[in-house]
Ligand binder design. Structure first.
Ligand code: ACO
Length: 425
């Protein structure tokens, strides 16, 4: 137990003073590193739901109030007024760029878009049916060999060069992975287009629709960072060993791919297609509520947001506009999603567990309207989150308190026992 002056009293009467670290916003931290020596016990916290693993100045989330801020600026305000290049600079450098800084940054990103030949060769060598997230992971694994001028964690110039190159090159890698899966050669980037428009151009090889490019840019801004989520914590964990940053990003991509995290956008679309018509919604709601059925309503629920996900609200609004502008003929899925949302939000199971649509409930419908196959939805998330991953990786390596990540365990296996020779088993 902990008393009001932040002391922990163990069962045998040991008192451990806990140093409190005050946050700027949100929960404070109690330092528990002295706890094990005094009590013989570590903290047990599956899923790290109550663990603060680092200090950070990048992103703030208040799950109760539905607040998301990048460097103190509301993400919805940034989504409406800014663009992905500006937000990337903000995440990396802490302030909104002056016009001259933004111009120089955008120009630099354009020069860093093209992929090294060995990276493109790796993509070409992958099986055409490989999932694009798997192809992206392979391409990232080759990047440290191709870009030795930006792989040293302890060199500030390397860190800056890495972060800019990663943000610039990720769309090129993802677009090449997409085209490879379609049996098509990669399309080289164009320097006259912004980040989102160029991404669409590299995927489809034709001038992008401006409404689609604007919507994609907004999605990139809203997905750019989300503090210590699963993939970002993975980037930090891998990076804490001192490995090069591209390998840390590859680890982050692997974590993002899972359906409980960034793979949810792909899973939502597949779920909506499987539901097919409003008459079958109740059947899927019943499955989601059944404790004996592993099915979950994809795009619903969040570890931190317990009232609403502010990103979902904006994405739902732009979804309608995009479907209209692109005359996508996919309004059926949007209407089905609205229907499903309405039914789930009035159901006691979802209400009592505070399960709301998350960022990925509607994003897949927009991507589908842009004619992207479901397998490309998570890569789009990875392109956006590269800005956040890079910012966190750089911040971590500037932190004098950085230690290798190494959690403990509660051992529940066999007690010591003698080896049994093969003939006696
Ligand atoms: N459908 C049905 N029930 C759900 C759902 C869901 N989508 N999400 C949570 N629950 C239930 C759980 O079964 C649990 O019920 P119980 O108390 O009866 O056991 C309760 O709600 C609490 O859920 P937890 O799993 O403890 O919540 P946790 O914070 O660990 O998980 C997560 C959060 C992974 C997002 C979960 O809600 C989920 O799997 N959602 C679907 C996948 C998804 O959309 N992921 C994207 C998240 S956003 C992102 O990463 C970009």
């Amino acid at each position: 137990m902990t008393d009001s002056s932040d002391k922990l009293v163990s069962r045998d009467g040991h008192t451990v003073p806990l140093k409190r670290r005050a946050s700027v916003l949100g929960a404070d931290a109690l330092e528990i590193s002295g706890m094990a020596a005094a009590t013989g016990a570590y903290g047990y916290d599956p899923g790290y739901a109550a663990t603060i693993s680092c200090t950070s100045r990048i992103t703030y989330v208040d799950g109760e109030k539905g607040v998301l801020m990048y460097r103190g600026y509301a993400a919805d305000e940034l989504a409406r007024n800014s663009n992905f290049e500006e937000v990337s600079w903000l995440l990396l450098h802490g302030e909104l760029p002056k016009p001259s800084e933004l111009q120089a940054f955008s120009d630099e990103l354009k020069t860093l878009r093209a992929c090294a030949p060995e990276v493109l060769a790796t993509i070409a060598a992958m099986p055409a049916h490989a999932h694009p997230m798997s192809v992206i992971g392979a391409a990232l694994s080759v990047m440290p060999a191709a870009h030795t001028d930006c792989i040293a964690p302890n060199d500030a110039d390397h860190r800056r060069r890495f972060s800019h190159r990663a943000i610039a090159a990720m769309p090129t890698i993802a677009a090449a992975a997409f085209r490879h899966s379609q049996g098509q050669a990669p399309v080289s980037p164009r320097e006259d287009l912004g980040h989102a428009a160029n991404l669409l151009y590299m995927m489809f090889g034709k001038d992008p629709n401006p409404t689609a490019a604007k919507a994609l840019d907004t999605l990139l801004v809203l997905h750019a960072d989300h503090e210590q989520n699963c993939s970002t914590s993975t980037v930090r964990m891998a990076g804490s060993s001192g490995v090069n940053p591209f390998s840390s990003l590859a680890a982050g991509c692997a974590a993002l791919w899972g359906p409980a995290h960034g793979g949810a956008n792909e899973a939502v679309l597949k779920m909506l297609e499987a539901i097919g018509s409003p008459e079958r919604i109740e059947e899927y709601i019943a499955r989601a509520k059944d404790p004996n059925d592993p099915f979950r309503l994809m795009g619903f629920g969040h570890r931190v947001y317990k009232n609403f996900d502010p990103r979902a609200t904006i994405i739902r609004d732009i979804c309608h506009e995009v479907l209209k502008a692109l005359r996508a003929g996919r309004g059926r899925l949007f209407r089905l999603a609205r229907n499903l949302e309405e039914i789930a939000l009035s159901d006691r199971y979802f209400k009592s567990r505070r399960l709301y649509p998350n960022v990925d409930f509607y994003s897949g419908i927009i991507y589908r309207a842009m004619k992207l196959p479901a397998e490309m939805f998570t890569p789009m998330f990875a392109i956006a989150r590269t800005a956040g991953w890079a910012a966190h990786w750089c911040e971590m390596h500037e932190d004098p308190e950085l230690r290798i990540g190494r959690p403990r365990q509660l051992y529940m296996g066999p007690k010591p026992r003698a080896y049994i020779p093969a003939e006696d088993r």
